[in-house]
Design a protein around this ligand. Structure first.
Ligand code: FAD
Ligand code: FES
Ligand code: FES
Length: 494
């Protein structure tokens, strides 16, 4: 057993124990190491000023793959077995990398406070590409805010970069020697204690279940994109934390003809990438449903949030406005829960018992999320919706999923889930019953919207008033009809 986390920072090995292991990475960089290039502004994952690159072994285990992450909501101990690159380490001493050079040439900085975060986030985009389109730049920088420039010079800088001339993190810091050290050091489980607090990082599921059973309540710290914010803003200091990152294979995402299967530590970015790389038939309903999910993931938080946050964390956090839940509800997803007495599988539709009340025993871990996919040849339509005050990097006011199975224009089965309208995501059995067996008409979807409105009892909060949410619940059926089902649309597309 180890009591020191091992991580590389700009290629230099660090072994961290005690209080520092519980510090945020941004504080550790600035106040322990004196590397003040990484800035701290919001401390809740919203502004991107604290962005660093975190390298983890790829699927071959032979290379480190670097991704942008918010260092203000990661604690140092959770980064055991990684390579971190900060703005100071993006180029050899006294040199600028191609992104930094372009930011200078295009006047991408004014006060400069956001600049290191932009530079690191932009450099992350060039880890895998030589050139970016304007849309890729805009999408890739949604996690970074600037109050001075109006963004145009920053976007121009990104478009000016020729990534083929850039020293990338994986070139600057060769993976092999770091992976050798990580492999030798991190094969044992990690336990760091400081005062009342303990952070564990087991390397097998048996160890993880043992830790969770012996010393309840052990809080699983996965991406930290929910827990990190609660720690910074609400002073959350759970005495017992456990990271599952050391357990090999638990991050696997598999897609076959029948099932999407997502491991308990798979990040949202890994899920999005797996869907985009999946070579299914573009004419199959499974392909359409997965593409719909990828679109929702594309507007989930920011790249930094998706690179750290996990699907299991989104489910276990239990928020009624979690973006992935309506999809999982209408797809009848199942959760594999592993605990002291073995593994059981629970339908997600039965998992939530009330606001943040889960059918999850204190010793259980979500080890896999199983999403059955529709068979090829079936006729299906799925619409996923997220309504938020801003398009990018915003929490939803309202979410919805509408799934129809049809024969010709008759609905043979309907599934509807709405989020942000009650303490949990809600299935709408009465609306589903209204739709089932009916021929698709505009009037039917008008009536479905009116019924949904009568069936829910939303509250007013900072993200929207009760009346706004009632109206959204009604309108979403109209939108679904016009965008997905209206006969004139099919004729236009034919
Ligand atoms: C700036 C910002 C933007 C965000 N945007 C969105 C958004 O657009 N849409 C959205 O839905 N959410 C959003 N979130 C919330 C958050 O990113 C997601 O809920 C994310 O999926 C959480 O995953 P995580 O791995 O980071 O969870 P963590 O913070 O590590 O954990 C969250 C909860 O899940 C539990 N947990 C984690 N893994 C497991 C497991 N395997 N088994 C059992 N319990 C587990 C933890 O103990 C904890 O209770 C945002 C957060 C931030 C900070
Ligand atoms: S300081 Fe704003 S995202 Fe970290
Ligand atoms: S240059 Fe001032 S915040 Fe971006």
């Amino acid at each position: 057993m180890r009591n020191q986390a091992l991580l590389f920072i700009n290629g230099k090995e660090h072994r961290v124990a005690g209080a520092e292991a519980f510090d945020t990475l941004s504080n550790y960089l600035r106040y322990t190491l004196g590397q003040t290039g990484t800035k701290i502004v919001c401390e809740e994952g919203d502004c991107g000023a604290c962005t660093v690159l975190v390298g983890r072994p790829d699927s071959s285990g032979k290379e480190l793959t670097y991704r942008a992450v918010n260092s203000c909501i990661q604690i140092v101990g959770q980064l055991d077995g990684t390579s971190v690159v900060t703005v100071e380490g993006l180029a050899p001493p006294r040199e600028l990398n191609a992104v930094q050079q372009a930011m200078v040439s295009c006047h991408g900085a004014q006060c400069g406070y956001c600049t290191p975060g932009f530079v690191v986030a932009m450099s992350a985009l060039f880890e895998t590409r030589d050139r970016l389109s304007e849309q890729e730049v805009r999408d890739g920088l949604t996690g970074n805010l600037c109050r001075c420039t109006g963004y145009e010079p920053i976007i121009k800088a990104a478009l000016a970069v020729d990534g083929s001339r850039m020293m990338r993190a994986r070139d600057l810091y060769p993976s092999a020697p770091m992976l050798e050290t990580i492999g030798a050091h991190c094969r044992d489980s990690l336990t760091i204690e400081h005062g009342e607090r303990t952070l564990s990082a087991p390397v097998t599921m048996e160890q993880a279940i043992g830790i969770r059973s012996e010393r309840a309540p052990v809080i699983i710290l996965q991406g930290g994109t929910d827990l990190g914010v609660q720690a910074n803003k609400r002073g959350l200091r759970p005495p017992l934390l456990m990271s599952l990152n050391g357990i090999k294979g638990l991050d696997e995402v598999r897609i076959d003809a029948e099932m999407l299967s997502v491991g308990g530590t798979a990040t949202l970015a890994a899920l999005e990438t797996a869907i985009r790389l999946h070579a299914g038939s573009v004419f199959s309903p499974a392909h359409g449903h997965l593409a719909e999910l990828a679109n929702i993931l594309g507007i989930f938080g920011s790249p930094q949030i998706r690179n750290a946050g996990t699907l299991a964390g989104n489910i276990a956090n239990g928020s009624p406005i979690a973006d992935t839940l309506p999809f999982l509800f209408v797809m009848e997803a199942r959760l594999e829960l592993t605990g002291r007495s073995g593994t059981r599988v629970v339908p997600i539709n039965a998992f939530y018992r009330g606001y943040k009340q889960l059918d999850l025993e204190p010793d259980e871990i979500i080890t896999r999320i199983l999403v059955p996919l529709p068979p090829s040849g079936s006729e299906e339509t799925l619409g996923l919706y997220k309504v938020s005050r801003r398009k990018d990097l915003d929490i939803s006011s309202f979410t919805a999923a509408i799934r129809l199975q049809t024969t010709a224009r008759t609905i043979t089965a309907a599934s509807v889930a709405l989020g942000g309208v009650g303490p949990v995501v809600l299935r709408m059995p009465s609306v589903e019953a209204l739709l089932k067996g009916q021929t698709i008409t505009q009037d039917l979807f008008e009536r479905a919207g009116q019924l949904a409105r009568r069936e829910i009892n939303p509250i007013s909060d900072v993200r929207g008033s009760r009346d706004f949410r009632l109206q959204l619940a009604e309108n979403i059926f109209r939108k679904f009809y016009y965008e997905r089902l209206e006969p004139r649309r099919e004729m236009r597309e034919a």
